[in-house]
Write a protein that binds this ligand. Structure first.
Ligand code: AMP
Length: 137
């Protein structure tokens, strides 16, 4: 079953969390299974499943919260860099179906691996560019 309720319950205080930030629109708390210490989740208080169904105005608040939290995570952990991860759909690794951004502090040799790109033919990039421009209208 898709998990849509967990973060609603955390925001409501029905499930405990280590809260680090809250404003009218946004709630942020430590991930219970951090990639690195300080790994924080930033979520909208109004539920949406993921990026694609989120009201753009809510998203604007969330990304401002993400920036605020990312600065604090960097300062508090002494990180050299920050990754943002945001998973949409089971195939993309989403387990909790309530929009959330992972704010992940990064350190030298922390062992965390990013994706591995596959070099593409120029013709396939061109064809995909056409499809995407069409989809964007
Ligand atoms: P995702 O795979 O993008 O849906 O990420 C869900 C994240 O939620 C994972 O990194 C989990 O470790 C985290 N998580 C699950 N349950 C809790 C919880 N009760 N408190 C804090 N983080 C949680």
């Amino acid at each position: 079953m898709q998990n849509t309720e967990l973060f609603k319950k955390i925001i409501a205080g029905e499930i405990p969390c280590e809260k680090v930030y809250e404003d009218d629109h946004v709630f942020a708390f430590l991930d219970i299974a951090p990639v690195n210490p300080g790994h924080t989740l930033v979520v909208p208080k109004i539920w949406s499943e993921g990026l694609l169904d989120t009201d753009p105005q809510i998203l604007a608040h969330v990304i401002q919260g993400v920036q605020k939290v990312a600065k604090a995570v960097k300062e508090a952990t002494g990180a050299s860099g920050i990754n943002l991860h945001q998973n949409n759909g089971e195939i993309a690794g989403q387990k909790v179906f309530h929009l959330h951004f992972h704010v992940i502090p990064r350190h030298e040799n922390d062992g965390y691996e990013l994706w591995h790109g596959k070099p593409a033919e120029p013709s396939s990039l061109k064809e995909m560019g056409e499809r995407l421009r069409k989809a964007l209208g």
